[in-house]
Design a protein around this ligand. Sequence first.
Ligand code: GLU
Length: 281
Amino acid sequence: MIRTRFAPSPNGQLHLGHAYAAIVAHDLARVRGGEFLLRIEDIDGTRSRPELVPGILADLEWLGLAWDGPVVFQSSRLDSYVAAGERLKALGLLYPCQCTRAEVLAMSSRLGPDGPVYPGTCRGRDVDPAGAAWRLDMAKAAALAGPLQWVDELTGPQVGAPGQFCDVVLLRKEAPASYHLAATLDDAADGVSLVTRGQDLFAATHVHRLLQALLGLPVPTWHHHLLICESDGRKLAKRRGSAALADLRRAGEDGRAVAAALRMDQLPTGLWLGPGVGNMA
Ligand code: GLU
């Protein structure tokens, strides 16, 4: 039986792009007789707003999307992120890094899928681990894991290429784990067998596949769907003025009708479905 999930970060209210992602995950599970889980990715201490969670649940109910089982909160899983971090440290695959975002930007000479690529400055250096971020030594990790494959059910078999990210942060300064580590561990812990998410996160899957190999986790199938984009081709973002679902809900709009329109790719004027150029969440 397949299991999918919708995994919003409560950093802002949900908008139509989130609704589309939730519908994809929900409908694929329902059509194939599987389960649809809801996971709240609430571990970013600087951006997460717990007070938004009730509104997120209300939005999904308004859209007519029922999830199976209890809502999972990443904040209840911190021990598993620490334990995985310790395992990777014991394998000699992590190193502490005190560089700030601004320093990485200044040092970087290459743009990767996740922004400026970190040139590995702290690798092999004697860096104070107190309050540091921990980065994955990508070359070492990729060598240990060997060749990797994964399957996106829309585009077919993929050859693992995590090196394009260079040394990603797995344990953050301001959060117990990075998105890459927490999402990979949670999808395994939740038994998610079909990971659905936007094409903007396609490249991230190379890192997740590597982490699965290093940590001995099961390998799901992926389904990277199109994104609702604005006229400039960039994915819809709350900060750029899209309506929050909560506003539509409170204005008395019919959520099931909104969901039905999205299922038929009928979008409000000025929005379209595309790959989402120039950004990764
Ligand atoms: N919390 C992530 C987001 O909202 C989830 C991405 C994923 O589905 O893996 O973008």
